[in-house]
Design a protein around this ligand. Sequence first.
Ligand code: HSE
Length: 445
Amino acid sequence: MATSTKNTAPLRVGLLGLGTVGQGVLRVLAQNGDEIERRLGRRIVVSHIAMRDPSAKRDCDLSGVTICATAAEVVAADVDVIAELIGGMQPAQNLVLDAIARGKPVITANKALIAEHGNEIFAAAQAKNVFVGFEAAVAGGIPIIKAVREGLSANRIDSLAGIINGTSNYILTQMSRRGIAFAEALAEAQKLGYAEADPTFDVEGIDAAHKLNILASLAFGTPLRFSAVATEGISQVLPQDIQLAQELGYRIKSLGIAKHASANGEDTVELRVHPTLVPVDHLLAKTDGALNAIRVHGNAVGQTVFVGKGAGGDATASAVIADLIDAARWLAAPAQAVPYLGFGSSALKEARALAFAEIESAYYLRLKVADEPGVLRAITSILADLDISVEAILQKEPGENEDATLAIITSQIPESRCNRALEKLSELTFVRAGWSRLRVEHFED
Ligand code: HSE
């Protein structure tokens, strides 16, 4: 049980899982232990660990650590804090709930668990008055949870947008720099260890949807609702689109976008993950490789952008250990807890999630058309009839006996209207099959 007397004994951590992040935690604690102790006033030691394969080769020192046969044994052991670094739904969920039931603070790097079961976990933790830290669940080493929940707490946050999946960003960056196809870039990302065990989580936007769901709740004070996130993956993006976007002044990034609005007595949220054209001079457009970047817009502070490593053992360990420090401070003064989502549970407010068909955006359209007179006029007249302005247009001259390619950037329009335009354009005999439609995002300062 927590007490308010000053405790200088080492904080004993029980680690569940010794994969990339777990090893990072041991390494960073070994390397920075003195500095961390200087900040906290007590040492942090990993005292117990459970791992799936004790015989696997590892890059960290386990001397003095009790190796338990099961994760459940670690949760039951004489430790002060539990760090769940297993990932996935089960047994992680039961282990976290077991730790909470025992009154032990829990740290987790598990984005899927928080995104899909965070409401129940926080309710259980609140009932027992137990600390739960999840900084490592979003954007690895970037302290974005704390920034949104605490650093920006004076603001009404209306939107955030971020590159929150390093694998997708690596793939799009390599396709852009080297003109390689999606499949080749994905194989490289897997070899470099960026991808999830199931890489469809990365390339279909599910991993980013987990993280976006968490960020949106912190930003807008809405309960977690993973099913509300609309996703489109990056596998449909062709090197040709990247090239055309570049010529139009954009880079294609997979963004998680969250927006909150209140109108006519109704609160709505847009939660979407999709490939997005970003103006080339914006910081998000310049964030390449496996890096993550998150733009948060608050009504007092304006635009803020946080950039850094979104994955990797040591970078993610930085977030886990920051939470361990907070857990130790909470153990010393449990009354001073920050609400899990930055808003007290009774202050969380539902908002209706918009489907893709209900959003508004600017769009990039790529069409393959016959190289004939009058084609451009027919296309622009269909767009004009639907009150869609053309902001930019690019025509690629075809080779002999080939079709021409048109790339169009539209004005801001309802997505339903963009879909109607595409239906009408597809009916034209000189518009060939195989068009592409991507969303474009512009950012205010
Ligand atoms: N697969 C994830 C990514 C790892 O690529 O960002 C970090 O969550």
